[in-house]
Ligand binder design. Structure first.
Ligand SMILES: [Zn+2]
Length: 311
């Protein structure tokens, strides 16, 4: 088991400080051990843990506003998987055009606009509190399942990608530059396992077609794998980003060599769409562009005995 101090040191070495799972999504460092336990379950093919809804944020992240809206009428579909939305004559004023996006809605004529919760409360003529309770029931009993299913697909892709990069780092010749770099920076094999670090190898045009083919071969739909936005570019060390429930949302890559300072967060867009509130917590920690991560390193609650060292 990693000590808190050792953990901070590695994370700092990698330049990932602002991205500590415990820092982003949980209150306590113990989150890390629960993540690694649940990760094993997921990797064994037992699927993600059952959805538990504890807060309004989690509830709203669990509902696709478009799926909810389609229960009240037929819509015209506009756009593709990422950035797609629905449109029709407004359900409230019957005059303007109502636009429904994955996480909100608005009419271009009347004042109707807001979150998924506002939409439901308005359609049913109930209070926000009643709407929250009834939405939670609809999600739990599976009547609203699209968002949950999409999230599970994404977690599956990110979990498998993490396993793939970890395998490259630990067990292949391709991973040698990564192992050497970590060794040089004092990251032991035990720490590597604890954080489930991986290596993104040098590949043609910076795109790893082998992994994409591997994921498609595992039964994931090709266009979903393409839109999951996996790491690309220069070789580097990869850190999977998980939440307190043990779900995998994306990967952070620290490029090595000439692009040493570059930090790259994969799947930011997908997460923004499928879990906007969770994603916002992440963004508020690291600024809106991944490069900001390096600058915020160690700003967040370092352990009392941590000695600041410049790189
Ligand atoms: Zn309207």
């Amino acid at each position: 088991m990693l000590t808190r101090r050792a953990l901070f040191k590695i994370i700092s070495t990698l330049g990932f400080s602002a991205m500590l799972p415990g820092k982003i999504f949980g209150e306590h460092m113990s989150v890390l051990s629960s993540i690694s336990q649940r990760r094993d379950l997921t990797l064994d093919g037992e699927g993600a843990t059952p959805l538990t809804i504890q807060t309004l944020d989690e509830l709203l992240d669990s509902v696709d506003c478009m799926e909810l809206a389609e229960r009240y009428g037929s819509f015209e579909k506009v756009g593709g998987y990422l950035g797609g939305f629905l449109a029709r004559i407004c359900l409230f004023c019957s005059a303007g055009k109502l636009y429904v996006h994955p996480n909100d809605f608005r009419c271009d004529k009347c004042e109707a606009a807001g979150t998924t919760l506002d939409f439901f409360a308005r359609m049913e003529g109930i209070t926000d509190e009643e709407a929250m309770q009834r939405l939670a029931v609809l999600v739990k009993c599976g009547s609203l399942h699209r968002r949950g299913n999409e999230q599970k697909v994404l977690w599956g892709i990110m979990s498998e990608a993490s396993r793939y990069y970890h395998h490259i780092l630990c067990e292949t010749k391709e991973g040698e530059p990564g192992r050497d770099w970590l060794k040089k920076h004092g990251v032991t094999a035990g720490m590597r396992e604890e954080l489930y670090l991986g290596y993104f190898p040098r590949c043609r045009n910076g795109i790893q077609t082998e992994l994409i083919e591997h994921l498609v071969g595992q039964g994931h739909e090709s266009d979903i794998v393409q839109s999951a936005i996996l790491p690309h570019g220069h070789p580097g060390i990869v850190l999977p980003i998980g939440d307190a429930q043990g779900h995998w949302w994306g990967l952070l890559k620290r490029s090595l060599g000439s692009e040493e300072e570059t930090l790259y967060y994969s799947n930011f867009l997908g997460m923004q769409r499928l879990a906007p509130r969770l994603c916002k917590k992440l963004a508020s920690r690291c600024g809106t562009h991944p490069g900001a991560l390096a600058n915020t390193a160690m700003m967040y609650d370092p352990p009392d005995d941590y000695e600041y060292v410049s790189a």
